[in-house]
Design a protein around this ligand. Structure first.
Ligand SMILES: *Cc1c(COP(=O)(O)O)cnc(C)c1O
Length: 365
């Protein structure tokens, strides 16, 4: 008997998410030590854990015998204080990927639809499909969101629009004024999930005051993560800020202990480690310059990025990726994003960037 036939068709047709290759896996495959492998594939923070988070983790270990605080009291209090919102506006997620799936589960049913951009984060179509709803993918403009076309794509069945700013995997940014106009034009009965996974990397003048707009736009949901600039990808913690009545529903579909106690403790400590974020931004700027300078020198066109990675175009990305892997460098192929001629490289430490450039140089020689 075909056990899969028992599942709804919309579940059976899900394409599995393809994550960046783990270091240990490549080490096994090519027989290199893990320490000889450079992973620039998943937009993690190359500096490692924020020192304050490490200390918090150590003291939280003894408490692991207990269940986590299912309401995340301390973390929500810290987020509320930092962003000037009420704790009833906050939903914690097992990473922000969890959060966007929870929003989709709470607001989408079969027959409903959600809008997102071509080349936008792969988590969106997945979340929509898991809810049994229909994805409306809107053609990108210069690899970025075409907000006018996204607005025009909203149908009566549309409940949710995803906007990634900056976007992954393209690194594109929407100007604050355009985003505001978009929010003004979206019907109030359609939720806008503004995914700001890379917002910490933006210069102040390019930042949209998303949190400040929550009061004006009750249909706005702002999502943030501790996985990227905050350096806690392995712990899985992110959060959403939204109208309390939206948060109330999203919390009802959340698993009661979706954020573990170590993650809560580390996130609390990381949230006000401003010194760590400043170092992260500086390192990223320098690394971005080193890598984009090399791409320009090698005549490889790239998409100008506002985040901690850059996507570049090569003739045969599959071949170049294999060459990079054989030499112990992991980047992100983008064939699953229908960008078969492009690779995305995360900005690493100076010696990691140099190693990537060196292998790239040799490959193109
Ligand atoms: C990485 C990423 C996320 C989710 O990361 P989590 O680790 O689940 O918090 C969400 N959106 C975008 C655009 C991302 O790149």
């Amino acid at each position: 008997m075909d056990l899969q036939a028992l599942a709804p068709a919309y579940i059976r047709s899900i394409d599995p998410y393809v994550p960046g290759k783990p270091v240990a896996e490549l080490a096994r495959e090519i027989g290199l030590a893990e320490s000889d492998i450079v992973k620039l594939a998943s937009n993690e923070n190359p500096l490692g854990l924020p020192p304050k988070a490490r200390a918090a983790l150590e003291s939280a270990v003894a408490g692991l015998v207990r269940y986590p605080d299912g309401n995340g009291y301390d973390l929500k209090a810290a987020i509320a204080a930092k962003f000037g919102v009420g704790t009833d506006s906050i939903v914690l997620g097992n990473g922000s990927g969890d959060l966007l799936a929870l929003v989709a589960r709470a607001f989408l049913a079969p027959g409903d639809s959600a809008v997102f951009s071509e080349y936008a984060f792969a988590g969106y179509p997945l979340a929509v499909q898991m809810a049994g709803a229909r994805s409306i993918e809107v053609k990108a403009r210069d690899y970025g969101h075409d907000l006018d076309a996204m607005l025009a794509a909203i149908e009566p069945s549309t409940r949710l629009v995803f906007v990634a700013n900056p976007n992954n995997p393209t690194g594109t940014l929407i100007k604050p004024g355009e985003l505001l106009e978009f929010l003004e034009a979206v019907p109030p009965n359609v939720l806008v999930l503004l995914d700001e996974a890379y917002v910490e990397f933006l210069p102040p003048e390019s930042k949209f005051d998303s949190v400040g707009q929550l009061a004006a736009f009750p249909n706005l949901i702002v999502s943030r993560t501790f996985s990227k600039a905050y350096g806690l990808a392995g712990l899985r913690v992110g959060f959403g800020l939204m109208h309390p009545s939206v948060a109330d529903l999203v919390n009802r579909v959340r698993a009661p202990f979706n954020v573990n106690s170590l993650a809560q403790a580390a996130a609390c400590a990381a949230l006000d480690d401003d010194e760590f974020i400043a170092r992260t931004i500086k390192l990223n700027q320098e690394g971005m310059k080193a890598i984009t300078d090399a791409l320009a020198r090698l005549d490889l066109p790239y998409i100008r990025s506002w985040a901690n990675f850059v996507t570049f175009h090569v003739g045969d990305a599959k071949l170049l990726n294999e060459h990079l892997l054989e030499n112990g460098v992991i980047v992100r192929p983008l064939a699953s994003y229908r960008m078969p001629n492009s690779l995305r490289v995360s900005i690493g430490l100076p010696h990691e960037n140099a190693r990537f450039i060196e292998v790239l140089d040799a490959a193109l020689d």
